[in-house]
Ligand binder design. Structure first.
Ligand SMILES: [Zn+2]
Length: 593
């Protein structure tokens, strides 16, 4: 078996280069196809036959495939080197180009949404794998405006909402944070500053948060004003013009999740906040303090800092996947073997981690910044999980292979859990084991409780803005939200009232955050089923993954026996966490004896 080393990826499977004739030819091809597509307008009639209709859908898919490839190449080139000006301009060119093509071909989806039920049903029955894509478009029928209005919204968004979001990013990405470390004041980016939240030094953890909110609160009134404006725009467009019944409903429909399922998720999470409160009290004992401070949530509980060499880590992830199903390991390995993985650390490279699915038949591209910490191995398993999900759904069209948001984190989170199980099974060092277990609950807090409380805050903030609330009033509401979230389980200092202006998601994509909680709780339940059912669970799980985005999430899950409207289902995820916290409490009390 070969040993892998850290390298950069090869984008030649997309295009040979940024100034290759192939790239220009792709732009020309989209242009030609869009022009041909414009000729379709006259043919759109309710009695259109299924064969002709399918041809039109296929033509639209063909164009969108080229656009996906171009976007991927531009985006991945930029991620590989964010200082590369050629990549920057290619990306900007793509944005403009895609918006123009979208406006020219908009008439088709508008016609499709307007079509009567009977004819739409007739055409969908013949549409094979495109069916769900077409069905999903029609869900927006009651919320769609005229072609002229839709075009104006598209154009005005470029200089309106999108410009405001860019402005928010430009302002906050320029922030410089000062932190004294080992007697020296360092100038840090936000990412570097936040790394100190996991420092073993309690004072450093506190100062890392204090410095962040000092800087953000200085611009608090302006950042808050940007938020108020974005929220007003959301209300004007989605409630006044598009007639959604509430601010969060617009997001729920895009996710194709019923409002009642989302409400149940938020309510059940609220009820289970006490599990995390118990955990914070336990963590205080573990750290040897009377009461935990909000600053200490991500504090390490053990000194162990094990390192994992890259090749060994890759092997560990493959082994963990293979223990579930050899096919999972093979698919993960394909990402390495086809050179679709960028794992080395380079200046100018995107500092995060992601998996980019381009087309159903293309092995996804994965970006990592591998630094040999246990966290890096977990991230590797996570991103490869995404890649496997996409490869299992390769049988679907370009419109239906990608999982919708609420299901998008299924294979990634599940992959991390497979790895954790393997680590726990093989690790004999108690300190390392403890670190792994506590980290699981830390992560669950960050993806479930924290995100759900953001969503609860967003619901409230949207209402407050309608009542002309000031920025300070919104901050006060945020502080109350935190007080409910943590109860008396920890000490919450005043500066946290400014945290909300530092959360990009609530600016970029309102109500996006609950999808994290959805995904994590779903996987906790699924993993529990896997433990209980063993082999017989696998076909069910494979079916969920290979469905990709070809069905509504509720339907994909109901076939696996899951009802996302039921409080009992969501409670099942919390029961897993409750057991984990109880086990940790027991560990703590026996250690004391
Ligand atoms: Zn992910």
């Amino acid at each position: 078996m070969m040993t892998y080393t850290q390298t950069h990826w090869n984008l030649a499977d997309l295009f040979p280069g940024k100034d290759s004739p192939e790239l220009e030819a792709a732009f020309d091809q989209v242009e030609e196809q869009a022009m041909a597509f414009e000729g379709v307008r006259g043919k759109l009639k309710p009695e259109l036959d299924a064969g002709q209709f399918l041809e039109i859908v296929r033509a639209s898919e063909a164009t969108s495939r080229i656009i996906s490839k171009l976007y991927a190449f531009a985006g991945l080139s930029f991620a590989a080197d964010t200082q590369d000006q050629a990549a920057q301009s290619l990306l900007a060119r793509m944005d403009q180009f895609a918006a123009e093509i979208q406006n020219r071909t908009l008439f088709f989806s508008l016609w499709w949404k307007e079509l009567d039920e009977q004819n739409a049903g007739r055409l969908m029955n013949e549409a094979g794998d495109y069916r769900y894509y077409l069905e999903q478009l029609r869900l927006f029928k009651p919320h769609t405006l005229s072609e002229a209005e839709e075009k104006i919204i598209n154009l005005k968004n470029v200089t309106g909402v999108s410009a405001l979001i860019t402005l928010y990013d430009s302002i906050t990405n320029r922030y410089v944070f000062n932190l004294e470390v080992d007697g020296q004041v360092k100038e840090l980016t936000q990412g570097e500053l936040q790394a100190y939240r996991t420092s073993p030094d309690p004072d450093l953890r506190a100062r890392s948060y204090q410095e962040q909110f000092r800087v953000f609160s200085k611009d608090g009134p302006i950042l808050g004003q940007l938020y108020q404006t974005l929220v007003r725009d959301w209300h004007n467009e989605n409630l006044s013009l598009r007639k959604f019944s509430s601010a969060i409903s617009a997001r729920n429909l895009a996710n194709d999740i019923p409002d009642e399922a989302v409400n149940t998720l938020l309510e059940v999470t609220r009820k289970n906040a006490t599990t995390f409160h118990r955990y914070f009290k336990l963590k205080a004992k573990q750290l040897g303090v009377e009461k935990l401070r909000r600053y200490d949530i991500y504090a390490p509980v053990a000194e162990a800092q094990k390192k994992y060499e890259f090749g060994a880590a890759a092997q560990m992830v493959f082994d963990a996947f293979a223990a579930f199903d050899p096919k999972f390991a093979e698919l993960a390995q394909r990402v390495f073997d086809q050179n679709h993985l960028d794992s080395e650390i380079r200046k100018g490279k995107d500092s995060g981690a992601f998996c980019a699915s381009v087309l159903p038949e293309t092995t996804p591209y994965v970006l990592l910044n591998y630094q040999a910490r246990p966290l890096d191995v977990a991230v590797m398993a996570h991103e490869l999980g995404h890649a496997i999900h996409s490869m299992l759904a390769e049988g679907h069209s370009a419109f239906t292979f990608q999982a919708t948001l609420p299901l998008a984190e299924t294979a990634s989170t599940f992959g991390e859990m497979m790895l954790t199980d393997k680590l726990l099974a093989e690790e004999s060092d108690e300190a390392v084991r403890k670190e792994i277990l506590f980290k699981q609950v830390d992560d669950a807090f960050a993806t479930i409780l924290r995100q759900v409380y953001f969503a609860i805050f967003e619901k409230q903030a949207h209402k407050l803005v309608q009542k002309n609330a000031s920025v300070d009033e919104i901050s006060a509401a945020y502080y109350e939200n935190l007080k409910e979230q943590f109860g008396d389980s920890l000490e919450l200092s005043d500066e946290f009232k400014w945290e909300w202006v530092s959360v990009p998601h609530i600016y970029h994509t309102p109500f996006y955050v609950y999808a994290y909680a959805f995904g994590q709780l779903l996987v906790l339940s699924l993993y529990q089923q896997f433990k209980a059912e063993g082999e017989s669970f696998k076909p069910k799980y494979l079916k969920i993954l290979s469905a990709g985005g070809s069905e509504a999430p509720a339907k994909i899950l109901s076939e696996a026996g899951i009802d996302i409207r039921s409080a009992k289902f969501w409670q099942g995820g919390f029961d897993v966490l409750d057991k984990l916290v109880s086990a940790l409490e027991k560990l703590e009390s026996t250690a004391k004896q």
